[in-house]
Design a protein around this ligand. Sequence first.
Ligand SMILES: Cc1cc2nc3c(=O)[nH]c(=O)nc-3n(C[C@H](O)[C@H](O)[C@H](O)COP(=O)(O)OP(=O)(O)OC[C@H]3O[C@@H](n4cnc5c(N)ncnc54)[C@H](O)[C@@H]3O)c2cc1C
Ligand SMILES: NC(=O)c1ccc[n+]([C@@H]2O[C@H](COP(=O)([O-])OP(=O)(O)OC[C@H]3O[C@@H](n4cnc5c(N)ncnc54)[C@H](O)[C@@H]3O)[C@@H](O)[C@H]2O)c1
Ligand SMILES: O=C1O[C@H]([C@@H](O)CO)C(O)=C1O
Length: 487
Amino acid sequence: MASTAAAQSYCSWAVRQRGLGLCGGARAVPMTPRRCFSVSAAAGFDNQNREYVIVGGGNAAGYAARTFVEHGMADGRLCIVSKEAHPSYERPALTKGYLFPPDKKPARLPGFHTCVGSGGQRQTAEWYKENGIEVLYEDPVVAFDGKTQTLKTSSGKILKYGSLIISTGCEASRLPAKIGGNLPGVHYIRDVADADSLVSSLGRAKKVVVIGGGYIGMEVAAAACGWNLDTTIIFPEDHIMPRLFTPSLAKKYEELYQQNGVKFIKGALIENLKAGSDGRVSSAVLKDGSVVEADTVIVGIGARPVIGPFEAVGVNTKVGGIEVDSLFRSIIPGIFAIGDVAAFPLKMYDRITRVEHVDHARKSAHHCVEALLTSQTKPYDYLPYFYSRVFEYEGSSRKIWWQFYGDNVGETIEVGRFDPKIATFWIDSDSRVKGVFLESGSSEEFSLLPQLAKSQPVVDKAKLKSATSVKDALEIARSSLQSGAAV
Ligand SMILES: Cc1cc2nc3c(=O)[nH]c(=O)nc-3n(C[C@H](O)[C@H](O)[C@H](O)COP(=O)(O)OP(=O)(O)OC[C@H]3O[C@@H](n4cnc5c(N)ncnc54)[C@H](O)[C@@H]3O)c2cc1C
Ligand SMILES: NC(=O)c1ccc[n+]([C@@H]2O[C@H](COP(=O)([O-])OP(=O)(O)OC[C@H]3O[C@@H](n4cnc5c(N)ncnc54)[C@H](O)[C@@H]3O)[C@@H](O)[C@H]2O)c1
Ligand SMILES: O=C1O[C@H]([C@@H](O)CO)C(O)=C1O
């Protein structure tokens, strides 16, 4: 197992790659409490009444806790009710550093507790204790009563809250048990326990099948290459990352994966997963009848917001999740939702959405707690930001790291040959940049992306198309920002 130091050095590398300084910490401003709810005793937490309760101890909860501390409002007032055994950690690491082969310094807790992913402090279990934050581990909330403001946990604890923040995130969509979705050797990956189970399978695997061509599919397949495993990705669409990548962009990545030995079966659905004589998964049978042998299967077919037991708080029927306003307030006063589970107004595109990415988890947590604790009423104005990093382990022939900002709508202009850079610009009918993707950028280049996606400048499409390099294209885009035609 890797040392904490190794795990930390992986994290600082990761942060440097993203040039992050996100979610800039607010100055610590001790505040007078606005709500006079009877507060749990800081020392023993023996009172059933809690002023602030966060349900879900995941990524968003860790950043929310930090903001409570910054405002001097955590000590003896804040309780986090967690299903997991660990304090909040940076979940993205689970399909990145965590899956490095054993000899390549894999990331392990406590190395990647929040808020290290954005360059912040590493909030270990001791940090929560020192800051007077009560954390109930492995004790999920199973029932909720909005009228009496109470929660019941699986161990039978009854907690009364003053304000409640729901940060229950998402859970992995599963293949039905009747088609083999629960067989030993079939993995889903959402938390550290899942990742540990996968690592132990990878350690004895020979043939890996990855089902799903999205984020998990791409990241886990790349990790399996690091373990020198025979790896096949199976998905129903024509190309990987269908929700974001253009066919042309996907082709470049698919070719790179193929050079690393990964096989693709596209346009295919799973009929069932079959078990061998030992009861473990032994093959995937496709709808067309073909059979792919596998001793380890990783399923990454999307995620669903965890709304139970909070259905009564108001679910958005279109995008799922708990519906909130631009300050993360639900329809019930004193109840908020943040992170993956929140269906919130995406102001710049004037639509209600959920975002299942860590940047939003961090920023929504910060924004919600600021609004809760201060008189801040500035609406959340989020700019969508997605990224991935794969083949990062030492000794891989090429590392991949990309970022995307904005909305992937309109026509696309692709520049660069993936050697290593490539950029894609999404441009609307008024010639405005709506979204921008960049592979292998420098920190300075990546820092231009949010400016473009936010300002949506009018670009000279002909000029952009004729750019001979990504560097040129970014310069053209930068000059359009300066030309004053931005929104
Ligand atoms: C493997 C993996 C890799 C990822 N990589 C990236 C990446 O590279 N980049 C990126 O932008 N995003 C990535 N994401 C997405 C990102 O991690 C999420 O957007 C982020 O974790 C959302 O934070 P959250 O707090 O809303 O939910 P979570 O972090 O999922 O936390 C929710 C927590 O609530 C707990 N919970 C649920 N129900 C209850 C209950 N009833 N009682 C108590 N606790 C409960 C869950 O067990 C969990 O601990 C990744 C996600 C996964 C699964
Ligand atoms: N870098 C990142 O941002 C990152 C990395 C890992 C995970 N995540 C998050 O984790 C969650 C899960 O990721 P994911 O990759 O599972 O979801 P996803 O939505 O990115 O991809 C799901 C993929 O599953 C496939 N699919 C859907 N239904 C299928 C079926 N019945 N059979 C076979 N294939 C099917 C499709 O190819 C689709 O692309 C998401 O919230 C995601 O945002 C994010
Ligand atoms: O946001 C992230 O946090 C972790 C890492 O930086 C800390 O372990 C990771 O891999 C990310 O992508």
